[in-house]
Design a protein around this ligand. Structure first.
Ligand code: ZN
Length: 434
């Protein structure tokens, strides 16, 4: 006897007419026409069923704080950091927890069930860490929240940051963070990368650094990160976030850098909404896009994920918890408009993101957690195009959110009475291939 069976699903890999059997919070079987009794039957109606969305880069401690204490007028990363510095002394654990929980409510309805959040640990009170640990425990039944100890004001630059990193990790934060491009010099940035990788190796933790988040073509921190990853045997456990300087780097240098990153098995986490917004602010025209070299890194065999980074905070006034919006922006900025390219972009907010942050039991294979989303879209490309409605969101075999299909009534003579945006899927494009 099964707990649930989902009938007539289309899977991200293109298989259609599949049933998904669920027992005890796990996926028991994925096959056409599963013939077994089930407590509940959910008809996917041929729509796409995907593992949940994963946000591999976020700032939960700052989310929904837009306008406190004022807005970012220049729109730059540096004013955002300064503004956050003004806000920090006013933050309370209670208010941070409340904002974070509200965001997590929204995330669940968007089918976003795993989030890696950087947590600013540069204030000696470590209120941010205390608040986010509380949130991690509270949301554990419905969201996997990973916490990165992030020295926002610089690991070597800010007084006390070295000791605060240790204290934050002792409190139970999960991942070692850093911000080498914000240290005083390129040399001190490199020194911080070496020190942070050493800490991770000693503590058996993963690393995720804000790395080369500038338009400086000479920024070299991801190279150092790859070297230190190899030195400490951290292959497959390290992520470089942003990597925007790679947009502006010399092509010859990048041709040497990418194989080094592949050797170190570094995951690259780009944040398209934020990168296109914050980078290029010192340019006149032409104005650089700032997004790192996504298709080139994929071709080099690197795991590339996209993060949301910010939702209504000192760095970004918009955002909606919708990883399909993130995917859509990344797809456009990286010009990944081939059929293959668009399907690869869907992976950046699902399976690649899960791999980048080391999630276990993720996917639709038998034995995986029964975490999934039924989308009002016939395939991954349509999901991105439509930013499709999340019809059903399931966590450990239990439905945790539902949305009504987006179907509009139409009152135009001689035309149909309703319009379903998901009915426009271009059959010919699939037949025509890539
Ligand atoms: Zn960030």
């Amino acid at each position: 006897m099964l707990d649930t069976v989902i009938r007539n699903a289309t899977l991200p890999d293109g298989r259609r007419g599949m049933d998904i059997a669920i027992r005890a919070g796990r996926i028991a079987e994925v096959a056409p026409g599963i013939d077994a009794e089930a407590g509940e039957v959910i008809d996917a109606g041929g729509m796409l069923v995907t593992p949940p969305f994963v946000d591999s880069h976020f700032h939960m401690d700052a989310t929904l704080s837009l306008g406190m204490p004022r807005l970012n007028r220049s729109g730059t990363l540096l004013e955002g950091i300064a503004l956050w510095g003004e806000l920090k002394p006013q933050l309370t654990v209670e208010a941070m927890v409340e904002r974070a929980l509200r965001y997590c409510d929204l995330a669940v309805t968007r089918g976003l069930l795993s989030i890696r959040s950087h947590v600013d640990v540069s204030d000696p009170t470590l209120r941010t860490a205390e608040a986010m640990i509380e949130v991690r425990e509270t949301v554990a039944p419905y969201i996997d929240l990973q916490l990165v100890a992030f020295p926002q004001d610089g690991y070597l630059r800010a007084p006390g940051a070295v000791e605060l990193m240790d204290r934050a990790l002792d409190m139970g934060l999960d991942v070692v963070g850093g911000i080498p491009h914000f240290e005083r010099t390129m040399g001190e940035g490199a020194e911080s990368v070496a020190a942070l990788c050493r800490i991770a190796a000693e503590r058996g933790l993963r690393v995720d650094l804000h790395c080369d988040e500038s338009d400086d073509p000479m920024s070299r921190h991801v190279e150092t990160l790859a070297r230190e990853t190899l030195r400490h045997g951290l292959q497959g456990r390290v992520a470089g976030s942003h990597l925007t300087s790679m947009h502006s780097m010399d092509n010859y240098y990048v041709s040497k850098l990418l194989p080094l990153m592949a050797e170190a098995e570094i995951a690259a986490i780009a944040n398209p909404l934020i990168n296109i917004t914050l980078q290029g602010r010192h340019d006149t025209y032409p104005k650089r896009r700032g997004l790192t070299r996504v298709p080139e890194m994929m071709a080099a065999g690197l795991t590339v994920a996209f993060g949301h980074d910010c939702v209504m905070d000192p760095w970004y006034p918009l955002g909606s918890g919708d990883m399909l919006e993130v995917a859509s922006m990344g797809l456009h900025v990286a010009q990944m408009t081939s059929r293959t390219g668009m399907r690869e972009v869907f992976d950046t907010v699902t399976v690649n993101a899960a791999n980048a942050i080391g999630l276990e039991g993720y996917g639709l294979a038998p034995g995986c957690h029964a975490d999934l989303v039924i989308l009002q879209a016939s395939d991954p490309v349509e999901a991105i195009r439509l930013r499709a409605t999340r019809l059903v969101v399931m966590r450990r075999g239990r439905v945790v959110a539902r949305s009504a299909p987006a179907v509009a009534d139409l009152f135009v003579e001689g035309r149909p009475g309703s319009v379903d945006p998901a009915s426009y899927a271009p059959k010919a494009a699939e037949v025509a291939g890539d």
